[in-house]
Design a protein around this ligand. Sequence first.
Ligand code: NOJ
Length: 578
Amino acid sequence: MTRTERPAVPLTGGDQIHAPAPGTEWWRDAVIYQVYPRSFADGNGDGMGDLPGITSRLDHLAKLGVDAVWLSPFYRSPQKDAGYDVTDYRQVDPRFGTLDDFDAMRARAHELGLRVIVDLVPNHSSDQHVWFQEALAAAPGSLARDRYMFRDGKGADGAEPPNNWQSIFGGPAWTRLAPREDDGPAGPQWYLHLFDSSQPDLNWDNAEVRAEFEDVLRFWLDRGVDGFRVDVAHGMIKETGLPDWDGKVAMVEGSDGANGGSNEGPMFDQDGVHEIYRAWHKVLDEYDGDRCLVAEAWVSPMSRLARYVREDEMQQAFNFAFLVTKWNAGKLRDVVTESLETMDAVGAPTTWVLSNHDVVRHASRLGLDETADGPMNGIGPADVQPDAELGLRRARAATLLMLSLPGSAYLYQGEELGLPDHTTLPDDVRQDPAFFRTHGAEVGRDGCRIPLPWEADRPGLGFGPSDATWLPQPESYRALAADQQYGVDGSTFELYRGALGLRRAERLGQGGLTWVAGYADAADVVALRVADVIVLSNLGAAPVVLPEGAEVLIASGPLTESAEGIALPTDTTVWIRG
Ligand code: NOJ
């Protein structure tokens, strides 16, 4: 044994922190793949992805072996925030196709055994929504204005915003209307927008707003969807009186307060939101099958998050605490334990996620330094650039660890190809409102939203029938195109496919979890047992020797051999038969 190797320890014993949880509902252990429609596949050659494009590539997801697909918004929208600004909740935006295209996509997905989850954006609408247009045309104090958060300003002539809240995309969270003849003494009113000024917040104390969204749920349930991802699920109810708050709001709350923002202000996580989800739970119950709601709620501590998935509320909540955890064995063990224990206490499955359309992809994040805490929302050409090789190696190890964990896991399109962010996008192609509202201080999220590479030798890397792509693809995407990875041993696609197949066969999603005793406090090894599989992740520099005779099921990278036996190199995860 070389001195730098870590000797084998028995992989037996240890504390079980999560009991096996055989559940009948599909969402308890599903692997759900996020499709970002504008960047998945383009059916008509306009450079923007669309529903026919998605349908044409669903075979890729069936081959990969996921259970469900979640689609980010494809509804009618001026696309000021890439579709999270909806003008008609019951219509497909012409850029993405038609309702018939949606039905065809849904039918094909179901044929392939894939469930379909759609995005619901209830905290705000687009300013082009007929309700907001009616509110602008109506007088202060009218019923039309009551559907949104209009207020008189403070100070002389109401010239100061109603409070000091800041938009999550930067700048003030209030915009003042143009003057009208029937304005009161406080002059033109202001409206609240936690995000862009084109995304006015709805007033969830208004009964019509509540009824409308229950109807929207039914509209899509009638069209056969299996669930909803609920945008800003922690934001719909604001603290009474809208008190000032001096904190800094953040969509992505980095671990250890890394980006200096938090979600603890009076605009988030108010007790009143739970009544909404109890009502929605009942709506879903009217339908057969196991329909589900998943909360996008950036709240902490985790015990607050668990309140969203109590028995009569939503079914799942994204585990962002896991996403922001550093590449550190102790911290990973802590977040896994806390996640499972907290969700077990309310009978909900834990979820796991490493990437989505709002954060730097984990293949880039983990290539920045020793930690997972880089800039969460975007890397620009002026920033320190990630080490692509290190990032991919760690990303594969992190994913293989994640896919072993009990509960439900979320994948973001392209991570199965090992895609990094585009970290050198020029400013003139950027589209994220966060870039504009912060005057470039934040580059924004465009770098993780690049059109996917399907075929290395085609124009636009096979994104669509033309060479147009709404954001440019980096040269590094060519070698990572899907057709370069199918059937190729050791490719990231085959790693994901292999892991998903084993996860299903070994029923890991429903398994119990035990921390392997010999590594329970190890500074740079995570070792756990789920069902009959032992998982080891080596985050340290020294290779970890595996016990003699260990049957390797899958590894995130090549293992090494020495006189002492097979060893697990740095930044690598392995699954072994227990
Ligand atoms: C969260 C979504 O994931 C993000 O993309 C969007 O900008 C905000 N909510 C506002 O809807």
